[in-house]
Design a protein around this ligand. Sequence first.
Ligand code: SF4
Length: 414
Amino acid sequence: MNKLTVFEKPPKARAGAAAPHQYRLLGRRVLITDELGRWALLTRPEYDRLLAGLEPSDPLWPKLQPLGFLAEAFDFDAAARRRFERSLLSWKGPASHVLLLDDARGAMDLDAARRIVEFVFTCPGPQLTLELVFSDADKCWPVLWFIVQYARRKGEWSRRPVFLIARGKALAPDQADFLRSHGVTRAADLELDGVPDMKKAPPFRAQRARARLGPDAADPRAWARWFEKWGFESVRLLPSSLDDDGVAAFAAFYGEFLGELVEHGEESNLRDEWALSFLAGRPWSLPGTDVLEQLAYDGTGRVFTSEEAAAGAGELGLGAVGTLRYSDLPASGAAGAVIASSHPDNQPLCSQCAYRPYCALPPALNLKLQGSLWGQTPASPACTVQMGILDHIFGRLDDEKWLLLLDKWNVDMT
Ligand code: SF4
């Protein structure tokens, strides 16, 4: 199955005119991107002129030359700097640490929690995010309380910014007050069914939502207004299922949802987490990318390459806190395999995809969906989901309102 777009009548190209790039047809526009994540959205006649060779007098020349799309005026120094910033040479370690506070065996014990927090603080990087995931709030409260206190102290002692996120069920008012007073962000897992009842509040106040579409989720614009009304600051939409119908319905829903955010961007504070992640253009910005972005820890202190890996059959275990050192990771077969396989260069279809500089499929997800860490992007429903999202994000990049909103969200589009 080929998801790439092709011209019915290929444009005529002059050798050596355009610098290497990939293209994707988005409606009547042509999106071009290069290896370094630079992009331009052109009309078809503009693209034809680029391939035929632009004269410096052409109005497109000053737009495309600084972006590196003109072979004859390519800035190699700028390209080298950008390559360095976006390659693994600039990776500073996993920024996100997911602590799974309970499972069928019960809640994490305090000693395991202490050792996990200590391991997390041995990881390099300018800042750390600890995401505390729980399903039974009462059973997990002692360990949740301890981790919040201990991580805050460790952050003060080490002078490192620490972001704490609590993702789970509703808490008692005094527990919620405690988290608020310690600067803990609340994240809610929601399922969107039908159309929203604007008067119906979410189960608890949260700043972030992971919102899975139910099979009959409808009226995405109204759902966007519902999230705004109840004070959410960001949302990550997820498909109801990864079958063909679920993926197609998700792409349509996401496009409308994003349209509503763009339409009301001036007055709304709601942000789309997909756009924020993809437009950062680095594999370690994509949530759930094994090791590069995330490590996960279960209740006994076992370390996994990601939350998805922790839910799997255990192949992607890295060891246990207490004996595992961060410096052991480069020698770990599992860590090496997920880092190698998350690189889009290793995917046959990705090599021709315009979204390759922004996109990667988490290897643990490939393992679950297709039985291998590399997976096979042409047939992966996760690729279809990401391509659908990226089409909506990039297809709007000639909309002034969208660019203003991205600026408001502090997305660097250069
Ligand atoms: S996984 Fe991402 S980069 Fe690869 S083909 Fe799919 S959308 Fe393109």
